[in-house]
Design a protein around this ligand. Structure first.
Ligand SMILES: NC(=O)C1=CN([C@@H]2O[C@H](COP(=O)(O)OP(=O)(O)OC[C@H]3O[C@@H](n4cnc5c(N)ncnc54)[C@H](OP(=O)(O)O)[C@@H]3O)[C@@H](O)[C@H]2O)C=CC1
Ligand SMILES: Cc1cn([C@H]2C[C@H](O)[C@@H](COP(=O)(O)OP(=O)(O)O[C@H]3O[C@@H](C)C(=O)[C@@H](O)[C@H]3O)O2)c(=O)[nH]c1=O
Ligand SMILES: [Mg+2]
Length: 294
């Protein structure tokens, strides 16, 4: 299959390019990943031109405004990329009957529920990022074409910017880190997301006729503090990682206390379950350390 990925240098886009090379059989894919200046999600004519040129069997939108705190002071830029861009893209895909995979986030929820969130739980974003992503989801669902909206969470990888790389950098600079322990979620490797997206794309004839929301996240849960401890476990001279409450780490954007996603629907409908988060974390840590896989 030919797969057009919107976004080029981001974590999921980079992982899709890399993982496609390893797939054989139905999920084997020629991936064309396009970003600015060739394809700008905020310029619908550049999307239309790319679709005509690539003639994809499936489109994956891996571009987004992901700077959660910065979005609070740049709501228009966040909305253009997370809501208006996906709306235009979904409209073009629906008109051409091209199946679309769109990525969304746990931050569409406010985190007050006492169990993992299911796909049909009410959304209530607490941040500009979450609100604009929620608008993007709604636009994709409303466009009427075949689409999967994949809500994922806490994405890290060897690529781009993410919490794992931030911790490794800070841990090398300081002997003590303070990390919130009262926000829990499911750390998810972009490499695992890429594998799942390719398998789902291969199953596109079995999607419903309209849009479908699915939760896609690593198996098992932890807090940001738990994730930080796992990052430094087994390293030489690890920093002290002090657990702190959210109130001791003020940020412009509010983040959900409970970010956990229930991934039962993805398992039942498509047979996809991501690895335990510690296993996938080890893969990325090994790569970042330049070490052989353990
Ligand atoms: N990161 C996370 O923790 C999570 C991410 N998600 C979602 O997963 C998806 C992928 O996230 P991730 O890979 O981490 O994101 P990144 O921030 O790593 O990458 C975002 C990509 O969007 C591109 N981009 C920005 N503006 C435009 C534009 N106008 N036109 C085209 N491309 C543009 C960026 O390009 P450039 O490099 O040129 O700026 C970059 O390649 C997003 O939908 C995100 O909301 C969901 C949950 C968690
Ligand atoms: C760097 C740092 C962060 N923190 C806290 C802040 C925050 O509550 C939490 C995570 O910080 P980050 O800024 O990396 O995380 P954040 O940017 O909020 O990550 C989110 O990104 C978007 C795109 C998503 O869609 C979400 O699923 C989620 O992955 O850790 C500490 O407690 N100590 C620290 O030293
Ligand atoms: Mg961030």
């Amino acid at each position: 299959m030919r797969c057009l990925v919107i976004g080029r240098s981001g974590q999921v886009a980079t992982a899709l390019v890399e993982r496609a090379a390893a797939h054989t059989g139905p999920s084997a894919a020629d991936v064309v990943a396009l970003g600015r200046p060739d394809l700008d999600l905020c310029r619908p004519e550049s999307i239309a031109a790319a679709i005509s040129r690539v003639e994809p069997d499936v489109v994956v939108n891996a571009a987004a405004y992901t700077a959660v705190d910065q979005a609070e002071s740049e709501p228009e830029a966040a909305a253009a990329l997370n809501a208006a861009g996906p709306a235009a893209l979904a409209g073009l895909c629906a008109a051409a009957d091209i199946p679309l995979v769109h990525l969304s986030t746990d931050y569409v929820f406010d985190g007050t529920l006492d169990r993992p969130y299911r796909e049909d739980d009410p959304i209530a974003p607490a941040s500009v990022y979450g609100r604009t992503k929620a608008e993007g989801e709604a636009a994709v669902m409303a466009a009427g074409g075949r689409a999967l909206v994949l809500r994922t969470a806490w994405v890290y990888s060897p690529f781009g910017k993410n919490f794992v790389k931030t911790m490794l950098r800070l841990g090398a600079e300081r002997d003590r880190l303070r990390v919130v322990s009262d926000q829990v979620g499911n750390p998810t490797s972009a490499l695992d997301i890429a594998d799942a997206v390719l398998r789902l794309a291969a199953m596109r004839d079995g999607w419903g006729s309209g849009g479908e929301i699915l939760h896609l996240a690593g198996t098992g849960e932890t807090s940001w503090h738990g994730l930080a401890e796992a990052i430094f476990a087994g390293t030489a001279a690890p920093p002290v990682v002090e657990p702190i409450p959210t109130s001791a780490y003020p940020t412009p954007a509010r983040r959900p206390a409970n970010s956990r996603l229930d991934t039962t629907r993805l398992a039942e409908r498509y047979g996809i379950v991501l690895p335990p988060w510690r296993e996938s974390l080890a893969v990325t840590l090994d790569r970042l350390a330049g070490a052989a896989p353990r």
